[in-house]
Ligand binder design. Structure first.
Ligand code: HEM
Length: 404
């Protein structure tokens, strides 16, 4: 099979007509052109994958690397850095140190720890809901609950005191935003963050606690070494970049999907034991998770019967894969009890989401608290009027107007 139709190069990302629904092209590509030529926002060419099996294969195959700085790799965005894919987390997790880093940090995300964190996360959600209720309806649930919660959780994880959470929220926004802040503001925020973390790391070395930074310091000491400050700073920055905006937007999209058809909300009120599977289904059905996962190959590789030449940048569209009828029965339907649900929202393979147990805990906690505290919750605008942000990194809703 040839590599798609080169005369007809699609622009990617493909715009979607609805906030919570996928563009119709995804289904057409899955069926007719699962290995497609696309043009990225930078103007560079890439290959787009939309089928579940192909996406899973590529993410699990180490020949498909994250080396998007290779000279002939496609640039994602027009700005010279290639956007966030080549910065922050990318630099912090260079391939040669990646597996070691991942093993150490991954030790923190145990099931036992998630169970222990759950009441604290619910208490944070309660507090944010209190604030939203105090300001009165209608409210923007994304701003009132979705955005603050994950950054509070990351602060806790890093052992940062409650009084500094607002600073972290600001730094996180500037680190991630490609457009909202000037370069001078971004540089200043990066420097402030580095100074703050430097002092925080020094204080943690003196007086360790139960946080991730303390644990990494102790693990290195246990192995007869010292965890360098730079590695701890990169870890903190990486977790903020990877764990804040993703989860914040997912909270908004999940609640939006559940309220868009209020029968779904009613079903959860009637049977709150569905919360766990409902969270997985919202992750699967999320039609706007962002750009997708880019990878780069240095040798020819076959995917779904097509040979992809070396030097190609491949974009794995997780959301299109998650709606593949060959992998999920009634893939376009939201089934709150769907099980098993082996979606790819957290990626797959050696780089799959390290924080997925934490993300799940946060999403489940939010839903439990909202169902308990605001059973009458509903959208304050028709679902068709919800607006999406087609973020280059993470997609989401501009706002989630609700009342109760
Ligand atoms: C709903 C929320 C989230 C979604 C949808 C999500 C999704 C993803 C995806 C798709 C990847 C794979 C990237 C790739 O293969 O290149 C990833 C990686 C990662 N995620 Fe998440 N994530 C979420 C929340 C979190 C949270 C809360 C944390 C931690 C606080 C986190 C930490 C990470 C890290 C550290 C990586 C890189 C892992 C590696 O390179 O080995 N994520 N995430």
């Amino acid at each position: 099979m040839a590599l798609g139709d080169t005369d007809h190069v699609l622009d990617y990302p493909i715009p979607s007509p609805a906030a919570l629904e996928p563009p119709a092209e995804w289904a057409r590509l899955r069926q007719g052109c699962p290995v497609a030529h696309v043009r990225l926002p930078s103007g560079d060419a890439a290959t787009l994958l939309t089928r579940y099996d192909d996406v899973k294969h590529v993410l699990s195959d180490p020949r498909f690397t994250r080396d998007l700085n290779a000279p002939d790799a496609a640039r994602i965005a027009a700005n010279e850095s290639g956007g966030v894919f080549n910065s922050g987390l990318g630099r912090a997790l260079r391939e040669e140190h990646h597996q070691q880093w991942r093993r150490m940090v991954g030790k923190w995300f145990t099931a036992k720890r998630m169970t222990a964190l759950r009441p604290g996360i619910e208490a944070m959600a309660e507090r944010l809901v209190d604030g939203m209720v105090a300001s009165g309806a209608p409210a923007d649930l994304k701003a009132a609950l979705g955005f603050p919660l994950p950054v509070w959780v990351i602060c806790d994880m890093l052992g940062v005191p409650e009084s500094d959470r607002d600073k972290f929220a600001y730094w996180s926004n500037t680190l991630l935003s490609l457009t909202r802040y000037t370069q001078a503001e971004i540089d200043a925020a990066q420097a402030e963050f580095a100074d703050y973390m430097g002092a925080h790391i020094a204080a943690t070395r003196q007086d360790p606690g139960d946080d991730l930074i303390s644990e990494l310091i102790a693990a290195a000491a246990g192995a007869g070494g010292v965890m360098p400050d730079e590695a701890l700073l990169a870890t903190a920055q990486g977790l903020l970049v990877a764990g804040h905006e993703t989860t914040a937007n997912m909270i908004g999209k999940m609640v939006g999907m559940l309220l868009a058809d209020r029968a779904r909300w009613e079903a959860l009120l009637a049977d709150p034991s569905l919360v766990r599977t409902a969270v997985e289904e919202a992750l699967r059905a999320d039609a706007n998770p962002g750009f997708g996962i880019p990878r780069y190959i240095t040798e020819d590789a076959e995917v779904g019967g097509t040979v992809i030449p070396r030097g190609t940048t491949v974009v794995c569209n997780l959301a299109a894969a998650n709606r593949d009828e060959d992998a999920f029965a009634r893939a376009d339907e939201l089934d709150l009890a769907r099980t098993p649900n082996t979606h790819l929202a957290f990626g797959a393979g050696a780089h799959s989401c390290l924080g997925q147990s934490l993300a799940r805990t946060e999403l489940q906690a939010v839903l439990d608290v909202l169902l308990r505290r605001l059973p009458t919750l509903e959208l304050a605008v028709p679902a068709a009027e919800l607006e999406r942000v087609d973020g280059l990194v993470v997609g989401g809703l501009r706002a989630l107007p609700v009342r109760w």
